[in-house]
Write a protein that binds this ligand. Structure first.
Ligand code: FES
Length: 78
């Protein structure tokens, strides 16, 4: 599966000691791109559990839709 996500930040977010979860004692970094607390996991990844391996998805306004992924190659970069 592939997910298309939009991110607006253009630089890093330094982790601070206060980012450590008081109960679990760890920091969970989002890898699915869906978290409302990005870069931290907020559990939104649960929505991806039934994604098909060969599909590409976009999540908008709480809805998931499958999209066709078009990959172009610029042969002048050769
Ligand atoms: S990994 Fe993205 S919300 Fe958990």
């Amino acid at each position: 599966m592939t997910r298309l996500v939009e991110l607006e930040e253009s630089g890093p977010r330094r982790l601070e000691p206060s980012d450590i979860d008081d109960e679990k004692g760890d920091i969970a970094v989002c890898q699915c791109g869906l978290s409302d607390s990005f870069p931290f996991c907020d559990g939104s990844h649960r929505a991806t559990r039934d994604e098909d391996d060969d599909a590409t998805y976009v999540y908008e306004d709480g809805e998931r839709r499958e999209v066709e992924r078009v990959v172009t190659v610029d042969e002048s970069d050769g």
